[in-house]
Design a protein around this ligand. Sequence first.
Ligand SMILES: [Zn+2]
Length: 420
Amino acid sequence: MATTAAEILLPTVVRWKNGELFEGTVCPSEHRRLHIEMLHRQTSRLIELAAAFRNDKGSLVWITRKREDHYLLGGGSGSQTWLEDLLALAAHHHAKNRELFISPVQRSAPGPGKRFVLGSQWLWVDVDDPQRFPALWAFFNEPTKSLPHGRLPHLVIETGGIPAEQSDHDETQIRGGLHAFFALDRLLPAVTLITDDGAKYTNPAVSIPDDSDALNYADRQTGEMLEGRVINEIERANLRLIHALGFRYDAYGKQIPTVADPACSHRHQPMRLAGSRHGETGRYARVIYADFTAPPFSYETLVGDLPDPRDQPAIREHRSGDSNFDDDDPYKRIPILDAYERLTGWEGSTRHKVRCPHRDHPDNDPSCDLKSDYFICRSCSAAGGIYQLASAVLGGPTKHLRGDAFKSAKNLVIQVFGEL
Ligand SMILES: [Zn+2]
């Protein structure tokens, strides 16, 4: 691996395809190459490379996620230049001091949302706190019935998100923010839908009408609308790993992961690219370890014997007209408590019942619950997310919210929260 003089060098350990072990330092662009080649040398469809910058408040602002030219084919597509193309795009943004991210999954069409994801040959976990590393190493090395050598990941990235101590210039020390990636021997599809009579559909067609909040699934061949149990397979498998690493119970009996971050289980999220700089700390992300030799895991041996968490967010019952949970609409990330307080002007609470937000329901003895991402009135059964809440405030429907009623609700949300 060639490096140019006077450039930053970052340590790594690589086991090459011929079994040879490299232990040394290489420049950031070589880290980018290792990371992308490892993840996507077999990917036949689209890979997202994403760039972002930090605004004055220090938060990350995406600039490429809606640009089609940032979704490129992988090494399994037959393209001879796939890796150079991705690296050139990465180098372009890196030169402009932007933060870089790569998606571990493959997409059927360019676009940031979950519905564009076809499947993944990778599962992954994110562990930020160095005090949790011993639990991570123990999990990697713990033998199982089918894996006598444990579950060693194929790729480990340090994200550079933990600042370097001023006295400590030892770059070989791992400070925190670790992403561990496990290769699978087949593409795990993004979605399985099982209808009430047991028919199974892999990656059904998804549509999101412009004039509603609904998410519709349909048979790709016949166009028939589908209802039933929707399994988000990648999230489900990642959550099994996340919970197997460790969890505690909160006061309500909910399982809270204590080692890995459940927010990183989502399939549509790009992950920080090695050989790029973290905007908060100025430190480089790097490949700690990449193993091109180890055979991939089968789904069954890697996560097949791990239990699902008790509250399973990756599986839900879908009925037609249900609210679209998978969208990456920024308004849907507003906690329902904030939405309630701003849209009604009343004080809210997630601990005790609050007044129903519906204009036509004078709820003097409060009967409405605010959960993290939805509200539900136990008396008039108005319920839903932020748009249903806005519709309720306007005296509109909350079930099958579409057409003009949806547009009015959306306008109110934009009026109150501004353009996001
Ligand atoms: Zn009500």
